[in-house]
Design a protein around this ligand. Structure first.
Ligand SMILES: Cc1cc2nc3c(=O)[nH]c(=O)nc-3n(C[C@H](O)[C@H](O)[C@H](O)COP(=O)(O)OP(=O)(O)OC[C@H]3O[C@@H](n4cnc5c(N)ncnc54)[C@H](O)[C@@H]3O)c2cc1C
Length: 312
């Protein structure tokens, strides 16, 4: 049930868990929300990022449908902040703004010989799978090497195994206790036949007659608190390399909002350095990059925006 209309208008940018949550709570409080997203579908990583094997059917779009059914939320897909409109325009036209931009850019990892064969970013690989009508049309190698140590690396690796890759290896440059994938996820990877090889870092891709056939790797170690290469090398057979080395805030023009460690700095309730702009979810400094936390950020920011607008 929505409260009576307040006449206040809020722009929400990003329709992932954080943006959907803030929109729904604001609409419940009687505010009018305009929800912008650069993609063709709403849902953020629930729609494009979570591995298909973790989701049931069209769960993400059904959830979006339920969240919007409350009324008071106008969704605008294919509208990108920084390309189609600016933050200062939103601040001028709306009573408040919420940014739930997630982390859209992939951290760089440049390897020698990258043009030797198929190299993909894990998030693009998973998005392609999630949006594919026929999984048998997705190209997956027989031997796949995945670089990274987090949830995204595990998702991509398990997907490759489920799609028929024979040999899938996650390559991580530090030790097992430093993997950011939880123990549960590491176990899940191993149950699915994924090898996790720690203390190794990719150096270059090796090709023969234009076909990738191996990844040359350096053995690493920690000495005096520093990660170093030991001088030993080995080769891993591979016809596909997937990079899962983490995401970062996109190149959107945030017009001087204060950032910390590359994410938007906010107070506990999500207010940024601009008094009428809030932020939440993965793009917020201190986020643990979990769906449940993005939803909580959205909820908390909605109550803070409401208190600000209604003078409480
Ligand atoms: C492979 C993978 C697996 C994961 N697995 C899990 C898991 O099992 N459990 C879990 O809790 N979490 C998981 N996560 C993390 C979880 O998905 C995120 O924490 C969560 O989606 C963050 O929500 P968000 O709303 O902040 O961002 P996102 O879901 O990234 O949504 C951001 C939205 O903003 C839009 N956007 C970005 N820039 C612009 C712009 N300039 N203009 C307009 N729109 C824009 C994007 O299109 C997107 O729709 C996983 C993440 C990945 C990558």
């Amino acid at each position: 049930m929505r409260k009576p209309a307040t006449g206040r208008q809020i722009a929400v940018v990003g329709a992932g868990p954080a943006g959907l949550s803030v929109s729904h709570y604001l609409a419940r409080l009687g505010h009018q929300v305009e929800l912008f997203d650069s993609r063709a579908k709403l849902g953020g990583l629930n729609e494009y990022g979570l591995a298909a094997y973790k989701m049931t059917g069209d769960f993400a779009s059904r959830e979006v449908g339920w969240l919007l059914s409350i009324g008071g939320i106008a969704a605008r897909c294919n509208h990108r902040l920084g390309r189609d409109f600016s933050l200062s325009q939103l601040v001028a036209e709306y009573d408040a703004v919420f940014l739930g931009l997630g982390l859209q850019a992939v951290k760089p990892l440049v390897l020698a010989g990258e043009d030797a064969g198929p190299v993909m970013d894990a998030v693009d690989f998973i998005a392609e799978l999630r949006q594919a009508e026929r999984l048998d049309q997705i190209a997956v190698g027989r031997s796949v090497v995945i670089v990274g140590g987090g949830m995204t690396a595990v998702d991509a690796a398990v997907q490759c195994r489920k799609l028929g890759a024979r040999e899938v290896t996650i390559l991580y440059r530090r030790g097992p206790s430093q993997l950011s994938a939880s123990l549960e996820e590491q176990r899940w990877a191993q149950i699915n036949g994924v090898n996790i090889r720690c203390w190794a870092s990719p150096k270059s891709l090796l090709a023969e007659q234009g076909q990738l056939h191996a990844v040359r790797c350096a053995v690493t170690a920690e000495r005096g608190g520093q990660l170093v290469e030991t001088g030993e090398y080995f080769e891993l057979a591979a016809d596909l390399l997937i990079k899962a080395v983490g995401q970062q805030l996109g190149p959107d023009d945030l017009e001087g909002l204060v950032l910390q460690d590359g994410r938007i700095l906010t107070d506990f309730e999500g207010r940024t350095s601009h008094p009428r702009v809030w932020a939440g979810g993965d793009c917020r400094f201190g986020s643990r990059d979990l769906t449940v936390e993005a939803v909580e950020h959205g909820k908390r920011a909605a109550f803070a925006i409401d208190a600000y607008l209604m003078g409480a």
